[in-house]
Design a protein around this ligand. Sequence first.
Ligand code: UD1
Length: 426
Amino acid sequence: MDCFEVTGGTRLEGRVRVTGAKNSALKLMAAALLATGRSTIDEVPDILDVTIMSEVLRRLGCEVSYDRVPGSGGGGRLSIDVPEKPSTETDYDLVRKMRASINVLGPLVARCGSARVALPGGDAIGSRGLDMHISGLERLGATIVSEHGFLIATAPRLTGASIWLDFPSVGATENLVMAAVLAQGTTVVDNAAREPEIVDLCRMLTAMGARIDGAGTSTITVEGVDTLSPVEYTTVPDRIVAGTWAIGAVMTRGDVVIERAVGDHLSVALDKLTDAGARIEVLPVGVRVAMDDRPRCVDVVTLPFPGFPTDLQPMAVALAAVSTGTALITENVFEGRFMFVNELVRLGADIRIDGHHAVVRGRERFSSAPVLASDIRAGAGLVLAGLCSDGVTEVQDAYHVDRGYPDFVEQLRGLGATIERTQRPD
Ligand code: UD1
């Protein structure tokens, strides 16, 4: 078992570079399927999820290669050579490792007329439905059945339609836009997700020849085209990794310049940190976050973009747990996202959960103990907590963090943290 051993008591200080967003790169990789030939994507993070998505694409018949760029903060250039006739099946052994594999469904059915993608099942942050992906593709004319653990979609040619999403789902918006770009006629996706990663995907699709209007707003209009061409494209910086370093700087009363962080992509989170007492400066190279005193508790409510990101909620809870006062943290996106809280309680945090609310009463510091990372962001939150503990905190199942944070240990060490990766018998 892979662990992080984090020694508490140091402040994060210095500069850290953020490479491209995991949640964008994975979808850009799926989008490459829409055109025959070689697409290249820059600033792709060197993380486990990208390795899994590369394997998904290889099994669909693509040639995929990756070159790391030194000094990029764990990023690199990914080349994807897509055959004229990709295969159309993605197995459970890959989908269960990474739910975002489901994002090949839209491009495959649009491009090949059929797709067979394993159903992902539940995960550590709660049940995650696919109903909006399915009903949206049906509106576009696909026939979808669920058999033997697979979703099987068929459509000789998709046809544009008006689609209303009950919730601005990131994954459903992406799948439907990737399907609509090759559909016949006009598609309008209403109540669409507005995340910067959606805008990034639409930019890449537009560079491939797609006709898309309204990306970044709640109404996305897609005029279908017959074919798309491969592209060279650069992934948007990872706002969740940037936000993690920002919260880490505040928790440890540090001073960090987060290179390539985009202030506008983090406005609510940075406002909350200002309320907590931090000094935030938006610089031409990124964002600087500095903190002198113990932070003050601030209430946080997670919401789809531009609201406070659910992916930063575990770090917000960890921050409140070492701040002065009491904070109410409300989770509105994933029902199971407070499951990691019991691990913070093992570190001495005072947290009560009531449904989708957490009441956090701040304490001076955490008390080090072995804890278990249950997902990417919970793991990162626990490591930040370890930095504010009175000894050595062992965060077990470190591989979860590797799914989302390139060079995690090296980046933290570069900021002055004392952290080791260790192995432990299971
Ligand atoms: C993406 C991100 C994830 C982030 C989340 C919300 C990736 C790889 N992951 O996940 O890190 O936390 O956006 O910002 O990009 N839902 C349904 N039916 C559907 C689709 C979604 O009920 O058809 C529900 C989900 O169960 C969840 C909520 O909608 O409760 C939000 O899900 P969604 O926005 O789709 O998140 P993901 O795309 O899975």
